[in-house]
Structures are given as structure tokens and as C-alpha cells.
Design a protein around this ligand. Structure first.
Ligand code: IPE
Ligand code: IPE
Ligand code: MG
Length: 242
């Protein structure tokens, strides 16, 4: 992966609440998904300016196939349209798009659009945009484990490389979930081992650059210890323990 992006933040977002946004307005759920795409545009545009090098967006989980066929079809159509209409803008902005998740169950024209968008945006240096679709973190971990060939693959670094394929991404620094839900829903379980978590009641179609900025401000105020101590605690005089 591009070293300059590797040194910047990795933010992951569980974009939730499209359906409720629509239902609150007595609109069909698919309209919520459609308006949700505008929120994607806003965060992708804002991300590089906020010090984000990698942005992973959860667009469709492996369990979302359980939804009614009409909703799934609408989502697949929106994803295809996003790839086709957004790629030129992404390339201009220096965004490299990659899809994560299974491809073999996607409609053929969507899989083709993804490949086309990935190839067209390959040179992007401003942001790694990863779209997770037909994604399950547990399945991704199982698949990586099945690829392990020796002890060198079964180290933290080696396994991370197996999970990410040829591109290597840093672990998630900040995980955001909208709509008030506070769960991971099988998203980036390995990569979020030490992530800071930010939950907001905002429904995804209402999420904007300011919300991303707020989440990052809060993130920068957190003490990340990774099991150790923060600097000020290390310097504090030891208290005698009897
Ligand atoms: C998130 O919104 C988008 C996808 C899961 C594809 P939802 O569709 O889950 O919206 P709610 O949670 O029903 O409001
Ligand atoms: C997680 O949201 C998947 C995406 C946002 C794409 P869901 O709405 O599907 O998750 P649950 O069912 O509430 O856990
Ligand atoms: Mg939901």
C-alpha cells in the first residue's frame, strides 16, 4: 500500500439507518438507500482533508441477502450505478477504490463494474476507499486461515497480510456506526482489535462532513493505550503497595 496513506488514519463506517430514515418519511426503504449514497459522496470528499488515508465503508453484509429480494435488487442496482457514475469523480480526486468481500454471488454486471472501477482508480494516492459488500468478517478470517501455508503466515502481521490480499492496510483506528445501534454486525473483527468506537444516533442519509469531523475530534481526545500506559501515567510517581 502507498506508504503515505499507510501513515494516515484508517476509519471504518457501518452506514446504518437508511431504512428507518425512509420509513420515518413514509417512503419506501429503497429511497433511504438512494439518499444514503449522497452521504457516501460527502464523507469520501471530506475524508482526505481530515487526515484519513483509508476509509472502509460497510455497504452490504453477507447476511443482508436475507432481506426481501426487491430491496436486495435495489441495493445491487445502486452499487452498480455508484461504480459507473462515480468513478470519474473518484479518479479526479485521487481516490483508489477497492471492493472487499465475496464477488462470486454478486450480479455479473456489478462484479464487472467493480473491476472496471478498481482498474480505473488504481493510481489514486489521496485516499484508499474500500467498499465492503457481500462482506462477512468471520468468513474473511476463515478464508485467510485456509490460505495460511506456514508459521510465518500465522503471526499477527502475516495473518493481516493474508486478510488484506496484496494491499496491506493498517488496523482500523476509528469505527463509526450510525443510527444508534451499538454492534459490529460481523464487520472487521480482526482489524478493529484496538479501534476507538464512535456511535451516533444520526441516521446514515443525514450523516455529513461535520459529523465525520466531530467523530474525529472525539477520537483525537481519546487516550489510546494498546494495553500499556499513557505517557503521563508512566511518569507518575509510583505509589507504594503494601
Ligand atoms: C443500512 O441501512 C444499509 C444496509 C444495511 C444495506 P439499513 O437498511 O440497515 O437501515 P435500517 O437499519 O433498517 O434503518
Ligand atoms: C450492517 O447493518 C450492514 C451494513 C450497514 C451494510 P444491518 O442493518 O444489516 O445490521 P443489523 O442486522 O442491524 O445487525
Ligand atoms: Mg440496519
Amino acid at each position: 500500500m502507498q506508504s503515505s496513506l499507510q501513515s494516515k488514519l484508517h476509519v471504518a463506517i457501518i452506514m446504518d439507518g437508511n431504512g428507518r430514515w425512509a420509513t420515518q418519511r413514509r417512503l419506501p426503504r429503497k429511497i433511504g438507500h438512494r439518499i444514503g449514497v449522497e452521504a457516501v459522496r460527502r464523507v469520501v470528499e471530506a475524508a482526505p482533508k481530515l487526515g484519513i488515508g483509508t476509509l472502509t465503508l460497510y455497504a452490504f453484509s453477507a447476511d443482508n441477502w436475507r432481506r426481501p429480494e426487491a430491496e436486495v435488487t435495489a441495493l445491487m442496482g445502486l452499487l452498480r450505478r455508484y461504480m459507473r457514475t462515480e468513478t470519474a469523480r473518484l479518479v479526479r480526486a485521487g481516490v483508489r477504490l477497492t471492493a472487499v468481500g465475496r464477488r462470486d454471488r454478486l450480479p455479473e454486471d456489478l462484479a464487472a463494474s467493480i473491476e472496471w472501477a478498481e482498474t480505473a482508480s488504481l493510481q489514486g494516492q489521496a485516499l484508499n476507499l474500500r467498499i465492503a459488500l457481500d462482506y462477512s468478517s468471520r468468513d474473511a478470517i476463515l478464508q485467510a486461515a485456509a490460505m495460511a501455508r506456514g508459521p510465518e503466515d500465522l503471526t499477527r502481521e502475516g495473518f493481516s497480510r493474508l486478510l488484506n490480499g496484496e494491499q496491506d492496510y493498517r488496523d482500523v483506528d476509528l469505527l463509526i456506526r450510525t443510527s444508534g445501534e451499538q454492534r459490529l454486525s460481523d464487520f472487521l473483527l480482526w482489524e478493529c482489535a484496538y479501534s476507538e468506537l464512535h456511535f451516533t444516533d444520526r441516521l446514515w442519509p443525514d450523516f455529513g462532513a461535520e459529523d465525520l469531523e466531530t467523530a474525529l475530534e472525539e477520537f483525537h481526545g481519546r487516550d489510546r493505550r494498546f494495553g500499556g500506559l499513557v505517557e503521563s501515567e508512566e511518569r507518575a510517581p509510583a505509589v507504594a503497595v503494601s
